[in-house]
Design a protein around this ligand. Structure first.
Ligand code: CA
Length: 300
């Protein structure tokens, strides 16, 4: 644009200059006029140049602004796409957690139902007079003013009948003298329990009550890992199923003759007489029934 305007001015000057050569007298006046026109044209050219420069600057600004806007638009598009993805993810998550909630609710409902069922069974079980506790100390005195406090070994396990019998016969708790008010059935049961646990055999304290309200008795329980047979002191072969076995190692008083061994396997049933079969044959001695069992408490 600047080049075109400059060319036009040059042609005009040449044309006017050619014309002025014809008459010298009018030449001075015409030249002045031409100079004036030339100045005006130069001024107009400069004004137009400034205008063009300003327009170019403005155009460059507009182009830059458009570029920025385009960049911004691209950024926003990316952000919108990302938000849409996040929205989809949250929708999926919500849908999946609703499913999970339903599963949890179903499971809770199932567990509540099982709990009610177990509670009903437990109620029935308690009606039989049998109570089983774990991690609870028996609420009985072994000596005047001294509660039983059996010690469990976390590493103890159930064993088979032969192992249990060997342990019971080897353990000599039963040889201790029964002494009224000092060392009675509670002491025998607690000591045998602790010796078994120390030997790695899981044991329980058992407390039984009698229908006639006489003094409760204490003994021990074990769980065997397989069925077996026992040759009892009465010469009878006893089939012992896998599971709970009741052992009574309560010794006799030492102020009169007593058996050499006092270990026995007990038959324990609600409503039936409490009877014990000795593990070692001795024709001179028999256990006498203590009374009719009305309640059995087992403390593991
Ligand atoms: Ca023994």
């Amino acid at each position: 644009m600047k080049a075109v305007i400059a060319g036009m001015i040059l042609l005009l000057v040449i044309a006017l200059y050619g014309a002025s050569c014809t008459t010298d007298s009018a030449a001075g006046s015409t030249y002045s006029q031409l100079e004036e026109q030339l100045r005006q044209l130069q001024a107009a050219h400069e004004a137009r140049s400034a205008e063009v420069t300003s327009l170019e600057t403005s155009l460059a600004d507009t182009v830059r602004e458009l570029s920025l806007k385009e960049q911004e638009r691209l950024t926003m598009s990316g952000r919108i796409a990302s938000l849409e993805t996040e929205n989809q993810r949250l929708t999926d998550l919500l849908s999946s957690s609703q499913g999970l909630n339903q599963q949890v609710e179903d499971r809770i409902e199932q567990l509540e139902s099982e709990l009610h069922e177990l509670q009903a069974k437990l109620d029935l079980y308690h009606e039989t007079g049998i109570f089983v506790y774990s991690g609870v100390k028996p609420p009985y005195l072994k000596d005047p003013g001294v509660h039983m406090s059996p010690e469990n070994n976390p590493g103890s396990t159930n064993v088979d009948l032969d192992t249990l019998k060997a342990f019971i016969l080897n353990d000599r708790t039963d040889s201790i003298c029964y002494t009224h008010g000092q060392y009675t059935c509670g002491n025998f049961a607690e000591d045998l329990h602790n010796n078994a646990e120390a030997a790695g055999i899981r044991a329980a304290i058992v407390a039984i009550r009698f229908a006639d309200g006489s003094v409760p008795h204490a003994l021990n329980a074990f769980v065997t890992t397989a069925p077996g047979t026992l040759q009892t002191g009465y010469g009878v072969t006893m089939q012992v199923p896998q599971g709970i076995v009741f052992i009574d190692s309560t010794g006799a008083t030492c102020d009169k003759p007593r058996p050499a061994n006092n270990d026995g396997i007990a038959q324990l049933e609600i409503g039936q007489p409490y009877t014990v079969s000795p593990l070692v044959y001795d024709p001179l001695w028999r256990w006498l029934p203590l009374g009719t069992v009305s309640r059995i408490e087992i403390y593991w």
